[in-house]
Ligand binder design. Structure first.
Ligand SMILES: [Zn+2]
Length: 88
């Protein structure tokens, strides 16, 4: 079993986390898919009614997936321009 540590990941509720280990976040299984939640409160809401939670967050989940790939793209850019760090 290879352990892959993603640099960025999205929770089901649509939040993006970067440079954080997903193992520290609450997770659950839904329809055979492993999903992550941002907080225990979020996990509680999901467990209370998984289908409603997914329906409510469907759009943010899609957005999150798109943002995740954008963030990974940005991480690549940041490492490319590492010598010219921007302070924001
Ligand atoms: Zn959440």
């Amino acid at each position: 079993m290879s352990k892959v540590k993603p640099k960025a990941f999205a929770t089901l509720c649509g939040r993006i986390f970067r440079d954080t280990d997903p193992q520290y976040f609450p997770s659950a299984e839904h329809r055979g898919k492993r999903i992550l939640l941002c907080t225990d409160a979020c996990l509680g809401a999901f467990l209370a009614d998984p289908d409603v939670f997914c329906k409510v967050h469907r759009n943010s989940d899609k957005t999150a997936a798109r943002m995740k790939s954008e963030i990974q793209h940005l991480i690549g850019l940041w490492s490319t321009y590492d010598s010219t760090k921007k302070s924001d």
